[in-house]
Design a protein around this ligand. Structure first.
Ligand code: NAI
Length: 397
């Protein structure tokens, strides 16, 4: 099959298996070109392991820390007629690379919110590894079926106080326009917290603990975002921000249950991922941020961020801010970076997108998410869309 990108707004409905493999290999190469992580956790479970921050976390744990990893995700397998989703191809490539280095890797494709998934993962940990030392919770999902009630909740990306109007980039037309979003209802806020808050994270940890699948000094970490004032109305003060507050509250509850310092929150940098491209205003902010951070030699992608997280926090005593959070968004939030971003934000128009923002860099990274725009790949050549993930049983492929 010849696979080309098919972009629909903020999503690409196709993915290229060989390009996704290049994307994974580049991240592995980055990690392997850095010092091996001494004291890294050796048995790691990553929930949301196939793309973005979760994939990078799994790569750092495995190739930087020599860990056995288990990864949970929700992806689509390829058929003769249709390519798989990007996260499927990433995982297929990750497992092949891990096997070459003799690293244990098992993957689970299905709904992380379900009881069945939790039971299957816990049974595998008990059978293969006994326990895990680190649980990384990196889910980004638009909906959650609560197994306790059978009800499905949908998350929304909306402000919560008043109608929010700000600059936005129309990524299809490459135009700056204004976006206006009505505030969420109380129910929409509660539903977003139900999907993206800490409830499911806690269920995972309690389930693992009840089965004796957690090492005595285990730790768990979830990812959050703060960002600058321009994005607060839609992010920090918006529905997703409410969910992140709930995630932080959950970390404190888990600390009470399992001991201080067990549950960590890492505030990460804004980066192009499938989840962040869907948030209004964020693609324009990221395009400007990349321009400024690249000019100051401060730019990082998911893999650089996750390597720093492990090297500076997860293999030694983590350094925390006043609210007890790890801050690897420190370079993004530097005063000089944010002052320049704010100035460009004021000035930018459709005519100046290429001069004063790095929209080209944003777009390139967006294509990379789906395995496109890698010079190493000849996209006019036929390729096999069916790529097995070795650890998945045949009926799951
Ligand atoms: P992503 O969209 O790249 O990855 C989401 C992962 O969740 C994928 O592996 C996907 O398969 C999995 N997933 C989704 N629904 C699932 C389900 N029902 N069952 C099993 N797996 C499921 O997202 P990204 O951006 O890496 O986000 C991960 C975390 O990092 C989120 O908590 C996000 O808020 C946070 N974060 C993201 C930032 C960004 O700029 N992208 C910045 C700071 C934090």
């Amino acid at each position: 099959m010849i696979i080309e990108p098919k972009i629909r707004g903020f999503i690409c409905t196709t993915a290229h298996p060989d390009g996704c493999a290049v994307h994974v290999q580049k991240q592995i190469d980055f990690v392997k070109s850095h010092p091996v992580l001494e004291n890294a956790p050796k048995r790691v479970l990553v929930i949301g392991a196939s793309t973005g921050y979760g994939l990078a976390s799994r790569i750092v744990a495995a190739f930087g820390g020599k860990a056995s990893t288990l990864g949970v995700f929700f992806e689509r397998a390829g058929t003769e007629k249709k390519p798989a989703s990007a996260g499927w191809y990433h995982t297929a490539a990750f497992e092949v690379a891990a096997a070459k280095e003799g690293l244990y890797a098992k993957s689970f494709n299905g709904d992380a919110f379900s009881n069945e998934m939790k039971e299957e993962v816990i049974a595998t940990i008990k059978k293969d590894l006994g326990e895990v030392d680190l649980v990384i919770y990196s889910l980004a999902s638009p909906r959650r079926l609560d197994p306790a009630t059978g009800q499905t909740y949908k998350s929304v990306l909306k402000p919560t106080k008043s109608t929010f109007t700000n600059k936005n980039i129309n990524t299809d037309k490459k135009e700056i326009d204004l976006v206006s979003i009505e505030p969420a209802t109380e129910e929409e806020i509660a539903n977003t917290v139900k999907v993206m808050g800490g409830e499911d994270w806690k269920l995972w940890i309690e389930g693992l603990a009840a089965s004796g699948a957690l090492a005595k000094d285990f730790r768990t970490i979830a990812y959050s975002y703060i960002g600058p004032q321009i994005t607060w109305a839609i992010y920090t003060d918006g529905t997703i921000g409410h969910a992140k507050l709930d995630l932080e509250k959950t970390a404190r509850q888990l600390d009470e249950q399992f001991g201080a310092g067990t549950a960590l929150i890492s505030v990460n940098k804004a980066l192009v991922t499938q989840a962040s491209s869907a948030i209004p205003v964020v693609p324009l902010y990221i395009s400007i941020l990349y321009k400024v951070m690249k000019s100051k030699n401060l730019h990082e992608g998911c893999i650089q961020q996750m390597y720093r997280l492990f090297a500076e926090h997860l293999t030694q005593k983590p350094k925390l801010d006043a609210k007890g959070r790890i801050r690897i968004d420190d370079w993004e939030m530097r005063e000089d970076v944010q002052a320049e971003v704010a100035q460009i934000w004021k000035e930018i128009t459709t005519e100046t997108i290429d001069q004063i923002s790095d929209f080209a860099g944003y777009q390139k990274e967006f294509y990379h998410l789906f395995g496109f725009d890698f010079p190493e790949i000849n996209y006019h050549r036929e390729t096999d869309p069916i790529r097995p993930i070795p650890s998945l049983s045949l009926q799951d492929q």
